[in-house]
Design a protein around this ligand. Structure first.
Ligand SMILES: [Zn+2]
Length: 274
């Protein structure tokens, strides 16, 4: 897949959301090599289920430019059991675990009961506040419930990355007001994704990250194929066009945002990044 990426298109940016754990070992190495060949400077691999944690830590230890988060995705909220919060807290001590998550709500698939999704999200958010770590938030068809929890005073200090943001203008306004960051995925390149692009003019440029959400949501011209971190280059180019900036300025800005949002990543950043 990565072999087909246009080699003349590059961007020195960071893929802030790629599920490398969904690829097998050889696909993963190929994906990382293909992305680095297009100039990528880093990869954040968000956890889905706690059983993935050992693999994520292994990837982080093997690769200077890989970080991860630890937490439980709303699809799997019903697997959350006694002791899991302590497991998340223990894993979070690792220097390359830079966030809690991804956690959140998904009322589109409803793979776990809604009340369970909300409880498991809240527990992870409370832990993140206690540990002083940011959260990576998944939100689909759950704007109202999400905002209701997000605006509670106990989460005033919570710093959140609303990844692959597609929540539309009112929600963007509300969460930005509360200090959140928005992750822009390959959807920004889709013809019918005005709901993604419409938030760009109201979003401060220091609150945006780029991501692929590998293996999902491949950008144009790879739409429908398995996504790869290398394709964050297409996201960065589209964002640059929307901003009227060069791709170099855009990557520098989104990388700076990444390190501000995930301060632990800066401590272990590879030397070529700044
Ligand atoms: Zn994800």
């Amino acid at each position: 897949m990565t072999g087909q990426a246009d080699p003349d298109l590059s961007a020195a940016c960071i893929d802030s959301h790629c599920h490398l754990q969904s690829l097998d070992a050889s696909e993963r190495e190929e994906a990382l090599a293909g992305a680095r060949a297009r100039g990528l400077r880093g990869f954040l691999v968000p956890c889905i289920v706690l059983d993935d944690a050992p693999l994520l830590l292994e990837l982080c230890e093997e690769h200077d430019d890989v970080w991860c988060s630890i937490g439980v995705h709303p699809h799997h909220a019903d697997t959350w059991k006694r002791g899991d919060l302590e497991r998340v807290a223990d894993y979070a001590q690792h220097p390359k675990v830079v966030a809690i998550g991804e956690c959140g709500l998904d009322f589109f698939y409803d793979n776990s009961p809604r009340a369970t999704q909300e409880r498991v999200m809240r527990e992870q958010w409370e832990l993140a506040v206690d540990l002083g770590l940011p959260v990576i938030v998944h939100n689909r068809d759950s704007n109202e419930a999400m905002c209701e929890v997000f605006r509670r005073p106990e989460f005033d200090e919570l710093v959140a990355d609303f990844h692959s943001f597609a929540g539309g203008l009112p929600m963007a306004e509300e969460v930005l007001e509360q200090g959140a960051y928005l992750g822009i995925s390959g959807m920004v390149t889709f013809k019918r994704a005005d709901n993604v692009r419409e938030v760009l003019p109201i979003t401060p440029r220091d609150r945006i990250l780029v991501e692929t959400d590998t293996p999902y949501l491949a950008p144009v011209p790879y739409r429908g194929k398995p996504n790869r971190p290398a394709y964050v280059v297409e996201v960065a180019h589209r964002l640059a066009a929307e901003w009227g900036w060069s791709v170099e300025e855009t990557s520098a800005q989104t990388n700076e945002n990444f390190y501000r949002l995930f301060p632990k990543a800066r401590l272990s950043a590879p030397s070529q990044s700044s």
